[in-house]
Design a protein around this ligand. Structure first.
Ligand code: BG6
Length: 493
């Protein structure tokens, strides 16, 4: 058992991300007995809050018995201070150090008596969790380095997208961060990498002959990664309008999914081997072309009950920010040449769904010349599931065929297993120093390289945005897009 002394410092502790994700994730780990025994959680933000107000924030999205919540809160405290003043960070450091001293006097439990000879107390680990707007990242990082950082402590800094605005600004951010922290100390969070079904892709691909043998352009016709959300910007218009759907989910979440789907087999499951392969496959993808893109922006719903994007008071009336995009990526390597990867993402559409659809090529047998193509579908959300669509004989005395599905529905099949929240899974990785599910600098740069020319064209007003009603399937042409650009054939008999 680890006996490390762990301090988790949540910057932006009075904000939304901390309330909705960071504290609930920490609580989930605590509840499951997965936080290191000696842990202090230090909230830090500019708001001057009483202990009571802080506790209310921490507990507003968590569920547990009063005793458990009480016990969790006894590990938490709050300090308020600016993000710019060195002396405030000095005060924070004093609080952290005091917590570390307290933990040193806590009773140490040993799984094995022999351990006692080795060491009494383990390393000091400090996790700096930036639940902050990007404008504060570099200022906070440099103040941590100048006033809190100690070289004989293990320091992990966690940041969350947006990592820049395009390739150049992302490079600048990385350069700034790298002045203060080593790449091995930086954890760039993409919460999709903490999702159960995204983590499952590497297992599906490499632990099953069925898939590993057919995972190439000889057998696969096209792959689609689709993200649909049934709500609009709803209050986030200010943030969203300067980013748009491509920066919001494609350049990060969906490209991460793609890189795991498409990478070559890593040498091992070590973080650097996996990240080498993910970065490598991205190098074979040329920038997305505007001509192979369909963009849209939602307008009011047909029944008039839901507002259009530009009706949001935080969105400028002349906004040309896409809320829907469909586009094609080509991977010019031996495995994937000729297999289009179609990405589609839309806000304010008819359903909530994130899926990967792998469509295999036409069956080559002359016995059944006109049958539909097989498909493997990985549903990342809402209900985790893997299913295949296959051609079968329709039961009965005739010789009719039917398309049917074999489904592995997670909640049904693994009823006694809990599917962890992505943020909890990722925080545990940060504490355990596992970088596998975090974005390395070179992967990030490749992802920006692929999207930046298109983003600049859109920003310069060179793209046409097609309107689509809130709650519809997307703009005209979006249903046909995968067929037109992606070799896709609808699977019906
Ligand atoms: C976030 C985006 O990164 O991901 C949001 O900023 C989006 O716009 C969200 O709604 C989707 O995440 P999830 O886990 O709900 O699929």
């Amino acid at each position: 058992e680890k006996q490390d002394i762990t301090s988790i410092i949540v910057f932006g502790a009075s904000g939304d991300l901390a309330k909705k994700k960071t504290f609930p994730a920490l609580f989930q780990l605590y509840k499951s007995n997965l936080l290191p025994k000696h842990t202090r959680i230090h909230g830090y933000a500019r708001t001057d809050m009483s202990r009571e107000e802080f506790e209310k924030r921490v507990t507003s999205n968590i569920k547990g018995t009063p005793a458990l919540i009480e016990a969790f809160l006894s590990h938490c405290n709050y300090t308020h201070g600016s993000y710019s003043q060195g002396e405030d960070f000095e005060r924070l450091k004093a609080v952290i150090t005091e917590g570390e001293k307290d933990m040193q006097t806590e009773p140490v439990e040993f799984a094995d008596e022999n351990d006692k000879a080795g060491r009494l107390i383990g390393n000091r680990l400090r996790v700096y969790y930036m639940a902050l707007p990007p404008s504060a990242f570099t200022m906070v990082a440099s103040n941590i380095k100048a006033h809190v950082y100690e070289p004989d402590v293990i320091n992990h800094i966690v940041i969350e997208k947006p990592f820049g605005f395009d390739r150049d600004t992302s490079k600048e951010l990385n350069m700034e961060l790298s002045r203060h922290f080593k790449e091995s100390e930086i954890f760039r969070t993409d919460h999709y990498l903490g999702k159960e079904m995204v983590k499952n892709i590497i297992v599906l691909r490499f632990a099953n002959t069925f898939y590993s043998a057919s995972w190439n352009n000889k057998y696969i016709s096209n792959i689609q990664i689709t993200f649909r959300e049934p709500f609009g910007t709803e209050g986030r218009g200010g943030y969203f309008d300067s980013f748009g759907i491509i920066r919001d989910v494609m350049q990060n979440h969906l490209i991460q999914v793609l890189s795991i789907l498409a990478m070559e087999p890593p040498k091992s499951l070590d973080a650097e081997d996996i990240r080498d392969c993910k970065a490598e496959v991205l190098r074979y993808i040329p920038p997305v072309k505007l001509e192979e893109t369909l963009l849209g922006q939602y307008v009011a719903s047909e029944d008039g009950t839901k507002p259009g994007y530009k009706d949001d008071p935080t969105v400028p009336k002349d906004s040309n920010t896409p809320t829907f995009a469909a586009l094609v990526l080509h991977i010019n390597n031996d495995r994937w040449r000729g297999v289009p990867f179609i990405m589609k993402a839309g806000k304010a559409v008819e359903s909530a769904k994130v899926i990967v659809r792998v469509q295999f090529k036409d069956a080559s047998s002359k016995l059944f010349p006109d049958v539909s193509r097989d498909e493997l579908i990985i549903r990342i959300s809402p209900t985790e599931s893997i299913y295949t669509k296959n051609v079968v004989k329709l039961p009965g005395l005739g010789n009719k065929l039917a398309m049917s599905a074999l489904e592995l529905n997670y909640p049904n099949v693994f009823q006694d297993r809990m599917i962890p929240e992505p943020y909890a899974a990722l925080l545990l990785d940060v504490i355990g120093n596992d970088h596998s599910n975090f974005v390395r600098e070179d992967e990030l740069d490749e992802a920006w390289r692929i999207f930046t020319p298109l983003l600049h064209q859109i920003d310069q007003g060179k793209a046409t945005l097609l309107p689509y009603p809130y709650g519809s399937r997307g703009p005209a042409g979006s249903n046909e897009f995968p067929t037109k650009f992606g070799n896709y054939k609808a699977t019906t008999l």
